[in-house]
Design a protein around this ligand. Structure first.
Ligand SMILES: [Zn+2]
Length: 157
């Protein structure tokens, strides 16, 4: 079912989301709703969506069609690239943020059945992964909190 994409400053967008514990029908339905919602987007190209964006504070995100449950950051590359980003939870047309992020990220996650996955992402894909991970921790692009948080992570990398 297509869900409405929640807009900032709704509280579900700025809250830290909880891990998924049970890989059950509720999770399947949430993933289906997220997929339907991505397919329904009429402007721009929706490359990712996080569960809080449809009002569920669970650690579920979809990046370029890949369903990622309970993603864990394993490594960020040292090289920083700047890419133009937008967010469907910000006002329509707001697609002009230039965000510095690592150009490589390695994460692990579980698929919708709970099976462990691990993969590296580069360049634009790495940016999308970091953007959606930020959503799960309650950070949106363009907010001071998100910028401070990404700077902090980069110091450790
Ligand atoms: Zn977003």
């Amino acid at each position: 079912m297509v869900r409405e994409i929640v807009k900032y400053p709704e509280s579900c967008l700025t809250r830290k989301s909880a891990p998924v514990v049970e890989f059950n029908d509720d999770l399947q339905k949430l993933v289906q709703d997220m997929q339907d919602t991505i397919a329904s987007v009429k402007w721009g190209r929706c490359m990712g969506l996080a569960a809080p964006q449809i009002g569920r504070n669970l650690r579920v995100m979809i990046v370029l069609g890949e369903v990622m449950v309970n993603p864990i950051l394993l490594r960020l590359g040292n090289k920083i690239t700047v890419q133009q980003e937008g967010c469907y939870s910000l006002k329509e047309g707001k697609f002009d943020y230039y965000v510095p992020r690592s150009s490589m990220i390695k994460i692990s996650w579980q698929d919708v059945n709970g099976a462990a996955q691990i993969r590296k992402f580069h360049r634009a894909e790495a940016h999308v992964v970091q953007h959606e991970l930020d959503h799960l921790d309650g950070h949106l692009i363009g907010t001071a909190k998100q910028l401070a948080e990404s700077a902090k992570v980069k110091e450790v990398a």
